[in-house]
Unconditional design. Structure first.
Lengths: 473, 235
């Protein structure tokens, strides 16, 4: 067991025992479910919309090289600077160089998970640049020095009292009048408005890259990304290479599907396409627009023809919301940038299979994620494939021995008969110490009660029934 | 210190290497074909979205319903001449300071504010950002209204740049009957017709006032952008 897995097990023991927090998470998600399903039902055909979205992403991902070249050409034609980064370090260095060259003093950020992925804030802070997250949830977790709990709802685990305390500590108690969500939001609005006005550099992510037009599409609700891309004199969008869609019109499908699946909204508050810095004749906007296209091991996932469709992901977060594991262990226990089923599928590709395979084991394989995914990623099968690949790459000797033994046992009728006969008294003996410290099956039995041991084997039962049905006359 | 060089060649080479093996076609769905899917035609995209009635009145009613659900104010006016009196009325009711009304040059923006008896703060190149930030309201034109989702489509070209539609706490949009489109595909088609492939640097679908649910998933309006959104619909 790796250190990462040990940490995971330790964290999960804590979070699953925290019943009030689990109840709170379920309650917080209840509104999402009610809205999402009624919106989904309003589609002329939601399943067909999924199939269409999946087919568009199939084209996008399987012709990624062509689409990215087109994107870069079109974006550059409008004055956008496009930078391809193989690694997180290259992307960080580019942003840092930009800060130095352009005399940047303060940075405001709209929500970007790619930024979390490459630890951009830490890099900027280390070089002495002030970075402020402007998405309300991200701002709260930044003040608490935490990581986002859910990549769409970063602070969904926090109660208003905790947020009030966080604000009081950071901004002074006099500035925080109450713990009403409305009042707390207005506190953040006032503070962050000043940050927007003084920032030289705005950093955002991107939800879609439109190949044929060179535009970056950003989906949000608060308007913080709109401000991030309007006020500072430089705008940098940090986007994963897989976020491509081929055509402008494709967004007419993806924007509403993202809103519906991700937030239970027909369309989120602001869906904005940025196609360059301020153009001649326009009133305002940044002087410079940089798009960083980030690989950071996405091409490893691309190289797996079986799991390539995981790159279709539009990061709506629906698979987290429906996942019984996510709801019970919570977002922080994963220890990843991307939580939930999609995170468990892709993290082994991005950060190493042996270190992160345990996440694929932490699943009931119920398939709720696959069913809810708006772009039909085969999520729960990918979890199985990760398990298989991990064993194939580095098998466990005793597991192999165990399965070989079982194979032998199950393919010989005599052995099977003997084994099941011995199991009847065996289970009775086991029942006396089931769950005790010396029980070899303790991992399973310490939290479960086994059914009463049977009196007869199935074969015996069958033979008796047959005898009753067809008595020899 | 100079910029690091873009790693374009290396990224594209890795992508091409990775794509040498064809992807498994989607198969977990019993109805899905076992062949790789073709890129769906553009006309297919709108077919699965929520249906929108064909009639004009039906579409106006749908937009009004969506706007109400989004907590935006939808006001239907008989003619453009009815807009200035309505603005003056709103100004009285909300107590806008006379120098706190932002607009951009144009028939559906600054001209209406002037007719209402105010001198607007104009968002023109080089405007004073602090002054715009201090404004109580902005009055702008739009590209289109989308009945399907209750959205307002604005662009940097048509609606006074990037900041005017997001910075002041109340955004008033003036739209005419001809600007109402049934659904999102129609809005994208209209953008294509208007701009070809030389789009304004900002195109934004605004769906309701700025909002957040980050605290306990409870809806709060005016997270960063306008707390109030009013649509003055002429038609």
């Amino acid at each position: 067991m790796t250190g990462i897995e040990k940490l995971f097990r330790r964290d999960v023991r804590g979070t699953t025992a925290d019943t009030p927090r689990r109840t709170f998470i379920r309650h917080a998600l209840s509104g999402y479910f009610a809205k999402r399903y009624s919106l989904q039902d309003a589609y002329a055909d939601w399943q067909a919309a999924r199939t269409t979205a999946s087919a568009i992403k199939f084209d996008a991902v399987n012709r990624l090289d062509t689409h990215l070249e087109t994107f870069a050409k079109r974006a550059e034609a409008r004055g956008t600077k496009v930078f391809f980064a193989s690694t997180g370090a290259q992307a960080r260095d580019y942003v840092l160089a930009l800060c130095r060259e352009k005399g940047v003093r303060s940075v405001v950020k709209a929500k970007t998970m790619t930024g979390e992925e490459i630890h951009l804030n830490e890099a900027l802070e280390k070089e002495g640049y002030g970075v402020v997250e402007s998405d309300l949830g991200e701002y709260i977790v930044q003040l608490r020095k935490e990581h986002p709990y859910h990549f769409v709802f970063p602070c969904m685990h926090l109660k208003r009292g905790e947020i009030r305390e966080t604000f009081e500590k950071a901004l002074g108690a006099a500035n925080v009048p109450s713990d009403e969500p409305e009042a707390l939001t207005m506190v953040a609005r006032r503070v962050l408005r000043q940050e927007f006005l003084k920032a030289d550099l705005g950093i955002s992510g991107g939800n879609f890259l439109v190949a044929e037009t060179g535009q970056v599409s950003i989906t949000e609700n608060e308007g913080n990304a709109r401000l991030t891309c309007a006020l500072p004199r430089i705008h940098v969008a940090l986007v994963g290479i897989e976020k491509v869609v081929p055509r402008f019109e494709d967004l007419a499908l993806f924007l509403p599907m993202l809103g519906t699946a991700g937030a239970g909204q027909a369309l989120t508050g602001y869906n904005t396409l940025y196609g360059g810095p301020r153009q001649p004749g326009e009133t305002d906007g940044p002087e410079e627009f940089h798009v960083i296209l980030l690989d950071n091991h996405r091409t490893r996932l691309l190289a797996d023809p079986e799991q390539r469709d995981a790159l279709h992901c539009i990061r709506c977060g629906a698979c987290l919301n429906v996942c019984p594991i996510f709801k019970n262990i919570g977002g922080h226990a994963y220890g990843t940038t991307y939580q939930g089923p999609i995170g468990s599928v892709i993290t082994p590709h991005l950060r190493g299979l042996q270190d992160w395979k345990h996440l694929s084991g932490a699943s009931s394989l119920c398939g709720a994620c696959t069913e809810t995914c708006p772009v039909k990623i085969n999520l729960h099968h990918h979890l199985l494939q990760n398990r298989r690949n991990a064993v194939r790459e580095r098998g466990v000797w005793w597991e192999r021995l165990l399965f070989q033994g079982f194979g032998l046992y199950a393919s010989h009728a005599a052995l099977w008969r003997l084994g099941s006969r011995l199991a009847v008294p065996g289970l009775k003996i086991h029942a006396r110490f089931s769950g005790a410290w010396f029980d070899p099956a303790r991992l399973w039995t310490k939290t479960r009660t086994l059914p009463r041991p049977p009196e007869r084997t199935f074969r015996q039962l069958w033979a008796e029934r047959q005898k009753q049905k067809f008595p020899r006359s | 210190m100079s910029y690091p060089l873009s790693d374009k060649a290396a990224v594209l080479a890795r992508i091409r290497e990775a794509l040498r093996l064809p992807a498994h076609p989607p198969s977990h769905d019993n109805h899905a074909p076992a062949t790789p899917p073709a890129l769906p035609g553009k006309e297919e995209i709108g077919r699965w979205l929520p249906a929108v009635g064909a009639g004009y009145e039906e579409q106006v009613a749908l937009f009004a319903r969506q706007a109400a659900a989004l907590k935006a104010d939808f006001v239907r006016l008989p003619s453009l001449d009815a807009v200035p009196p309505r603005l003056a009325e709103l100004a009285r009711a909300e107590g806008w300071p006379a120098d706190g009304i932002a607009a951009h040059p144009g028939e559906h923006s600054a001209e209406l504010v002037e007719k209402a008896g105010f001198r607007p703060f104009l968002a023109v190149p080089g405007y004073d950002r602090a002054k715009l930030e201090a404004c109580a309201v902005s009055v702008t034109a739009c590209e289109a209204l989308v009945a399907q989702t209750g959205s307002i489509l604005v662009t940097a070209r048509e609606s006074g740049g990037r900041a005017l539609t997001i910075l002041p706490p109340h955004h008033i949009v003036v739209a005419t009957a001809a600007q109402l489109v049934p659904d999102l595909p129609a809005a994208f088609a209209q953008l294509r017709r208007t701009y070809g492939d030389t789009f304004p640097s900002l195109i934004s679908f605004i769906t309701g006032p700025s909002r957040t649910g980050d605290i306990e998933r409870i809806l709060v309006l005016g997270a960063h952008g306008p707390k109030k959104l009013t649509i003055l619909f002429v038609g």
